[in-house]
Design a protein around this ligand. Sequence first.
Ligand code: HEM
Ligand code: HEM
Length: 287
Amino acid sequence: MAKKALILTLLFLATVPLGWYLSDSLGILFFDDAWWLLLVAVGLGTVLGIYSGITRPRERIEGDKVERHGARGFLSHWGTSVGIFVCLGTGIYMGFLFIEPFMKSIADTVLPLNLHFTGVTLLLFAGFFFAFDYLVMRDFDRLVPNLKDLIHGMLGKYFLRRKWHAETKYLSSQKVAALGMASIGAVILLTGAFKVAAHVWEISADVWGWMTLIHDIATGLFILMLIIHVILVLVLKSHWSTLASWVTGKVSRDFVEEHHPIWYEEMTTGKQRAYKPFGYKEDSSEK
Ligand code: HEM
Ligand code: HEM
């Protein structure tokens, strides 16, 4: 896994110098002249996501190790993350809410706009890959929280210090956080789509203004959620195993048994609620 993680990381990071180089050499505004690339990214992410979901192997316990992350998960999480970080960096540089733009002249806007486009392209590719891989898996409550997750797994566990054992592959708190991020991400995506449309068609200044304001407020909220996400991962010791697993791909059997008992049970009984691609037959022989 470490090798795959390294290759994917280099590929994600390479999009920035590539975007920079193309911006300088082609001398065009990508949002004006290459907007169709965004549709290509969505299409490619969708097709590969469906393929990944259909061909996904079942999760297993092998000796004292459990594979938690493979190249698919790495692409989803870190592809979207790198895309978002590039969007954040370039977006803040262009100025938003009360932050003044860092550019001195109109000509200076071309590079940050083109790099924002580069980040958006990577984000759309990895985001649609993630969404369709997940939809094909058809285990919706794996990452979508219910009321119990919110009340017992989040408020009860962390604020009232009550025990909560019904943790699946993702902790209740992770599910709540993921839903929050996805909701804000959807707002950024929709408003961003209007802003892209304004580069291609005539859009009223009023609509553009509202979309920009909402795009920017959502960006502010997203930054808050991201800071909380990273702080929790770094501060809570129980998250360190999953952090290391982004490189090694594996966590220990004991860790899964203690922190993700329902996922553990699913794997040991062979009755996984996840990984039900079309044509899936339950394998009860896996003990
Ligand atoms: C988490 C991801 C994103 C963040 C944090 C982000 C943030 C920002 C910020 C702060 C700006 C500069 C202020 C403004 O013009 O609103 C901006 C501009 C822009 N964003 Fe995003 N954005 C993200 C994703 C997207 C996506 C997915 C799209 C398209 C679908 C998009 C399209 C645009 C466009 C077209 C502009 C520039 C408009 C212009 O000045 O001509 N953004 N973004
Ligand atoms: C824009 C950036 C980011 C977004 C949108 C994001 C989002 C998410 C989401 C939705 C999950 C749960 C589902 C999954 O595993 O894919 C997650 C898990 C996780 N994230 Fe992030 N994340 C971001 C950046 C980061 C960063 C910078 C770190 C490192 C400090 C990090 C560390 C982790 C870890 C350790 C997990 C747990 C994985 C597991 O339980 O198996 N994330 N993140």
